[in-house]
Design a protein around this ligand. Structure first.
Ligand code: SF4
Length: 952
């Protein structure tokens, strides 16, 4: 038999395992390397996240290495040239780091808040947060404030876990799955794997989204909702459940604050707070004892409904009574919700009752013995097989926090939280509601902050404001304007810094954040702000450091450019201290390690941070003799301990490598991860698989390994006392800090509803909807992640131009033809774009793919690339500030609770372009090539195999 044709010389190849970083899912990959080049990338079948699945982006990681847009050397803006002119000169790493360290040392010794350090989708917030804390600046956050902080915060202030990294549907068992506002790329491979499982076992998939793309394409039912009205849809379903008495009575009594008593004294101090005993325990009405009792006492039989007179005479009602009264109101009836959401009353009612049917009539039982928090043994877990997932389509509205809470409320009423078939938590979640760490409030020269800059406020006392109530952070997070801004407000940093509001800064470091283009609102204006100067000729932001691996639009505005590596060229820890990759059944983390040597003069930013931390003698990075404690990031990962035995990696700890989750540092830990294909998986026993908020064994494990400070049960908060404290501050009824500005008072009183609420998005409240009748949203495609892949030759073949997608019938009624050019205008600006008419679009909505449009000359693309001439950004239309209102200072265009950027509140008008008006508009100047750049090739080839001579 003839031997098989040899396409590859395998003797030259090596297989290496690492973690993908073409998006934030962090799949395991198997990489074939030959001659310091990637030959193939495959999914790692053993990896818990993707189980071998690889998406288009993942395999196209090969072309990231070939990108002509890679930065090659540290760069400095040429002396005497203007910022934004694109004139750079190469400098050495020594010069770059020496000069930056010198500048930072001065800031740290004088006023550390003059450094603002903001990072994009970096996945290393445990390090960057620690670095900022040790530096002593309050001005740090990652990208969450303009991504999905509403989603994270809603979950952590109600359940102790949240969507995506914090929880997952129980894909094996769920029978009814509802997907809310999820773009195609989000939770990419895990969601695809899950949907396949759901479909195979015959579960129903309902997609709630104004656009029928991506996952929605395989939904059994598509619900084309009007953007920004999801909260009302969820609360109307709550109305239906309550009206039909379809809720999990036992679950509410055992695991939530539904039986807790709420003080009912409107207009008086203390109104709306939970009734507490002398020790501070929440009180319930015990039906057996017919007396008030400690709600945290095991075995009490609390009343779910009822109104009582407290021992001190104040009237009180159970949370459930307050809640029921509220949502049975006619404003939440399907008939009324239908007028606002665009979903028929029949559909709203049917969906709610379908879910109730599955939850209560098709419940499942898993016969496993487990012990609850009070030590009571149970012989089974009861499952309500309804689950949900939601993301940015819900989150990126100024009512997104309350909408996300409304979706969770629906799940809680159905009893689907962390049960078989329901919405399960993933370690290190659940955490106490809310997690116990508070944001740092004070900074001082040459002194680390007492805690990390970001945390979870529970009362006005936790705000980061000065004695006059003014914000202490440059982004105004944790101020009256955004009290629970748990991920900061990155989208406000440039505007506030330029306006010196609340103060001027000296140095702004952006890492992996394209803040002059697709990651900013109001792009053209922000580019002008970055170049703006004071009367003395000094830039309003005096020094701008840009750290990136690629020639993004932001690089053009840097004064100092530090070139980063790609994900295949460096060490990384995907840590439980950061954004975890655990699965519901296993505690997991993973690594990256250099499988290629960089072919240019670049350094991983993590290495640079550890280096600078040592030079600046941050206490956590310095030995007692004053020498740097860590020689490298690799060394830091192994040897840094946040608390004794707790480090960045949880696997193979202890001197002999046999301790997991907690143990002293292991010098061979990297080797053990590499031997195990780059990940660590600690399967949880079946007895810890569910109800982890009240599961004794799990809670004790979580305490032992440092996930939670205590093993106390985690109470699900349908009613948020934290929110009520802020509302009381707005009403002038709080014993503690209160805002002075009537605007702040009114916002707190209106939006900090302790129960999930619905209100019209803030920008829409101020826009003439007759003039701007269309909702305008954007989402990311499955094959591009943010702007990262615009330089990727393979992925550009799939998409290199975005269109404005519009409902076909609506477009034709307006005389707009498929593929014609139209003007799209908002209160903030206008753009010219090409239209595509489609059936799968809600009639009052237009949408597009984000971050496909590029500034000419950026990302190593040819100046005339389709991305620059035909692609476009919707960002030009969106303002970072709400439309002005008389008698009010300019407010951020964000959620008034969390500061989440309200990208999707945009309203626009659309009209055909005049004949001859073609091509994208506005047009920006072409960005100049960088020193050492080679011309972009016409074709970028990847040689896949040796030629085969079929004739021989
Ligand atoms: S979903 Fe695709 S791009 Fe994202 S980590 Fe997984 S393989 Fe990589």
């Amino acid at each position: 038999m003839a031997s098989a044709t040899e396409f590859e010389d395998h003797s030259k190849q090596e297989i290496k395992y690492t973690t993908c970083y073409m998006c934030a899912c962090r799949c395991g990959i198997k990489v074939t390397v030959e001659d310091n080049k990637v030959r193939f990338i495959q999914g790692n079948r053993n990896h818990p996240i993707n189980q071998g699945v690889l998406c288009a982006k993942g395999s196209a990681g090969i072309m990231k290495q070939y990108s002509p847009g890679k930065l090659r050397n540290p760069l400095r803006r040429k002396p005497g040239t203007e910022r934004g002119a694109g004139e750079f000169e190469e400098i050495s790493w020594d010069e770059a780091i020496d000069s930056l360290t010198q500048r930072l040392a001065h800031i740290r010794a004088t006023d550390p808040n003059k450094l603002a350090f903001f990072t994009g989708r970096d996945q290393m917030q445990a390090l960057t947060g620690l670095w900022a804390q040790q530096f002593g600046t309050l001005n740090w956050s990652a990208h969450g404030g303009f991504c999905s902080v509403n989603m994270a915060t809603a979950g952590l202030y109600m359940l102790g876990h949240a969507f995506w990294e914090f929880g997952d549907p129980d894909w094996e068992r769920t029978k009814y799955f509802m997907l809310w506002g999820v773009a195609e790329d989000h939770s990419s491979n895990p969601l695809k794997i899950g949907l396949e499982k759901l479909k195979r076992h015959g579960g129903k998939f309902v997609g709630i989204n104004p656009a029928r793309t991506g996952y929605q394409a395989i939904a059994d039912e598509w619900v084309p909702i009007k953007p920004g009205t999801d909260g009302l849809l969820a609360l109307s379903m709550v109305h239906v459940l309550l009206q039909n008495e379809q809720f999990d009575w036992d679950f509410l009594l055992r695991y939530t604050n539904a039986p807790f008593l709420v003080v009912n004294t409107p207009g008086k101090k203390g109104d709306g707070l939970i009734l507490r005993d002398a020790e501070g325990h929440p009180m319930i009405w015990d039906l057996k004892k017919e007396a008030f009792a400690n709600g945290m006492e095991a075995g009490s039989t609390g009343a779910l409904f009822g109104a009582y007179s407290a021992p001190d005479g104040r009237p009180v009602r159970t949370v459930m009574s307050v809640l029921t009264e509220r949502y049975l109101d006619d404003q939440f009836s399907p008939k009324n919700a239908s007028k606002i959401t665009g979903i028929s009353a029949e559909t709203i009612e049917r969906l709610a009752l379908e879910m109730a049917h599955v939850a209560f009539k098709e419940s499942i039982e898993i016969e496993v013995e487990w012990t609850d928090w009070a030590g009571r043994k149970h012989d089974k877990f009861i499952g309500r097989p309804v689950s949900m997932h939601a993301m940015r389509g819900i989150s990126a509205h100024s009512n997104g926090m309350q909408s996300a809470r409304a979706i969770h409320l629906l799940q809680v009423l159905l009893g689907t939280i962390d049960c078989p078939g329901g919405f399960r938590s993933k370690a290190p979640y659940p955490k106490p509601v809310p997690p116990p760490n508070k944001p740092a409030q004070h900074s001082a020269p040459n002194t680390p902050l007492k805690s990390l800059p970001l945390g979870f406020p529970t009362a006005p006392e936790d705000l980061v404001i000065d004695e006059n109530g003014q914000p202490k952070r440059i982004d105004k997070a944790y101020s009256w304007e955004a009290p629970i801004a748990n991920h900061g407000l990155m989208h406000m940093v440039i505007t506030n810094a330029v306006n010196k509001d609340p103060y001027a800064i000296d140095t702004l470091i952006f890492f992996m954040a394209n803040m002059s283009w697709n990651s900013t609102m109001n792009t053209a204006n922000v580019q002008e702000m970055l170049k703006s100067k004071d009367d003395d000729g000094e830039y309003k932001i005096p020094f701008l450091v840009v750290v990136d691996a690629f020639h993004s639009e932001m690089v053009n505005f840097g004064d100092l450019i530090l070139p980063d590596t790609t994900y295949l060229e460096r060490y990384d820890a995907i840590s439980l201290l950061d954004r975890p990759i655990s699965e519901p059944d296993a505690i997991c983390d993973s690594i990256r390690h250099p499988i290629l040597q960089p072919d240019r003069n670049v350094r991983p930013w993590q290495e640079v941070m550890v280096d600078i931390a040592g030079r600046l003698k941050f206490p956590a990075f310095t030995k007692e003799d004053g020498e740097p404690r860590f020689t490298s990031y690799k060394d830091f990962i192994i040897n840094y301990e946040r608390a004794p035995g707790i480090g960045f990696l949880a696997g193979w700890r202890g001197a002999d490598g046999n301790s997991h989750l907690r143990g002293e540092p292991n010098p061979n830990q990297w080797d053990r991860y590499i031997e195990n294909q780059g990940f660590f998986k600690y399967p949880l026993p079946e007895s810890m698989a569910f109800y982890r908020f009240a599961n004794k064994d799990y809670l004790e494990l979580a305490q032992r390994v440092g996930f939670n400070p205590t093993a106390d049960p985690i109470v699900i908060e349908l009613y948020s006392e934290t929110f009520q404290r802020f509302r009381l501050a707005g009403q002038g009824l709080y014993d503690g800090p209160q805002p002075k500005d009537p605007v702040d008072r009114e916002r707190l009183a209106t939006y900090f509803d302790p129960l999930p609420d619905f209100y019209e998005p803030l920008e829409q409240q101020r826009i003439d909807k007759k003039e701007y009748p269309f909702y305008a949203v954007n989402q990311r495609p499955m094959m591009m992640y943010h702007s990262w892949d615009s330089q990727n030759a393979w992925l550009r073949q799939i998409i290199a131009q975005n269109y404005l997608y519009m409902n076909r019938q609506r477009g034709l009624q307006m005389g707009i033809e498929d593929k014609s050019w139209v003007w799209v205008e908002s209160h903030n600006g206008k753009i010219r774009v090409q239209v595509k008419l489609i059936e799968g679009c809600q009639a009052d909505t237009v949408w597009t793919w984000n971050a496909i449009g590029k500034q000419s000359g950026a990302w190593g693309l040819k100046p005339e690339a389709a991305e620059a001439t035909r692609g476009f950004l919707m960002n030009h239309l969106i303002s970072e500030l709400l439309p002005a209102k008389q008698g009010e200072r300019r407010l951020t265009n964000s959620d008034p609770i969390t500061g989440q950027a309200a990208w999707y509140d945009l309203m626009v008008k659309i009209y055909p372009a005049a004949p001859g008006e073609e091509g994208t508009w506005p047009v920006f100047p072409t960005i100049k090539p960088l020193p050492g750049d080679t011309p972009t090739p016409d074709v970028l080839r990847y040689h896949t195999h040796r030629p085969v001579n079929l004739k021989s």
